[in-house]
Design a protein around this ligand. Structure first.
Ligand code: SP5
Ligand code: ZN
Length: 383
């Protein structure tokens, strides 16, 4: 029998270390939507679901290696020292916020080197929603380590599953699922630029780590483990796309809003390059997307691209900012839609790690995230 409880990997540091005071939304100052209580309300909901979930705060230290495989050293050095430099240069204690971002029409980048933190804040960040507070780097580092801890457990769970299938004690319709409940999120963070509430790309770090393990071989071809990424956050994961744009493994797939943030990436014409050509699948959706539209598109994406890729593992960028009442985003997806989305992913039949990204309707955040995870387990939630 596959375990009926889903393991949840998290850490209180995901709540306490990164608590920016505000952000700007359409020109007005407002509270920070990617708020610390997001983790607490999700956890509270999961803990209310009988014994469906098993929460662990055990975090293994994987060191800098797996993070340096994905992010450039100068960017990591910047993130680590930015707040201190910012304060030394007279910046506001609220945190590092770029005032000047090197616009491509200015075209000076590469000729002039950013000489101070005021300049670097623009060089290493593409918008104004990724303020760097005193402990932001520690928070992002911790989120990456939690995600790696979950990825390592995915390997164990998948091996166990394979053995029970061989022994005939379970079927392929019952794949194991794990969940990394982390913040700050990651999918907008590119190899050397932060933005969109994201600093380190948790999912990309975990995916690369899985591919890099010399002892792990793909069931499909005996090479490195094959990973398919499903990015179901409302926003396009420009960071994950950029990091893996020229490789054939992992496969990156994304369903997202056609004309919302981050605006300049996410078109269906972005298909990857070099060896990665054909391994980047963007499916932009209109604002009026309903549960039926969403699930139908997701099922087709799975049939046409994910299953033919023969993945050993699925990594999901789990955003529920697709929800109809999300304060900064939102399709017409309702709370009834999420278990259906989880069920579609379950039907792939491949061990899956869910990694938390966006979702800002605090009142329904636990219900919606829980809906996906319970749907994946073939269960339904209760209020
Ligand atoms: C991880 C994640 O979900 N990051 C998203 C960051 C979005 N920040 C900018 C939001 C701009 C929203 N503009 C409102 C448009 C209304 N449709
Ligand atoms: Zn999002």
């Amino acid at each position: 029998m596959a375990p009926s409880r889903m393991k949840v990997f998290t850490s209180t540091l995901c709540t306490t270390l990164h608590t920016p005071a505000f952000e700007f939304l359409s020109g007005s100052e407002t509270h920070f939507f990617e708020s610390p209580d997001r983790r607490d309300v999700i956890l509270k909901y999961l803990e209310s679901q009988g014994d469906a979930f098993e929460v662990t705060e055990r975090v293994e230290d994987f060191g800098a290696g797996p993070i340096e495989r994905v992010h450039k050293q100068d960017f990591l050095d910047y993130l680590k020292t930015a707040y201190e430099e910012w304060i030394q240069e007279g910046g506001h204690p609220n945190g590092v916020l770029p005032g000047t971002i090197p616009h491509y029409k200015v075209a000076r980048l590469g000729k002039l080197k950013a000489a101070n933190c005021l300049a670097k804040s623009g060089e290493y960040c593409f918008d104004m929603s990724a303020v760097i507070t005193k402990d932001t780097f520690k928070a992002a580092w911790n989120a990456a380590q939690v995600t790696l801890t979950a990825a390592k457990d995915l390997v164990r769970a998948a091996d166990e599953y394979e053995k029970s299938v061989e022994a005939g004690s379970t079927t392929r319709e019952n794949p194991p699922g794990l969940y990394a409940l982390v913040r700050p999120p990651g999918h907008h963070a590119q190899s050397d630029i932060c933005g969109g509430y994201c600093y380190l790309n948790n999912l990309a770090i975990a995916a690369q780590w899985l591919i890099d393990q010399p002892d792990l071989k793909s069931n499909a071809d005996g090479g490195p483990k094959r990973i398919a990424i499903l990015d179901i956050d409302f926003h396009h994961g420009n960071g994950t796309q950029e990091i893996f744009y020229s490789v054939a493994n992992p496969l990156y797939t994304s369903l997202h809003s056609v004309d919302d943030y981050p605006y300049f990436t996410g078109s269906a014409l972005e298909k990857g390059e070099g060896e990665g050509l054909g391994f980047n699948i963007n499916i932009p959706l209109v604002q009026a997307t309903t549960n039926d539209d969403y699930v139908e598109t997701l099922d087709k994406l799975i049939q046409d691209h994910v299953i033919p890729f023969k993945p050993d593992y699925i990594l999901v960028s789990l955003g529920v900012d697709t929800y109809k009442d999300d304060p900064i985003a939102g399709f017409l997806v309702t709370s009834e839609g999420y278990p259906r989305i989880g069920n579609s992913i379950r039907k792939i039949g491949v061990p899956t790690l869910f990694i938390q990204e966006g979702g800002y309707c605090i009142e329904k955040l636990g219900l919606n995230v829980g809906g996906i995870l319970l749907g994946y387990m073939g269960k339904t939630g209760s209020l």
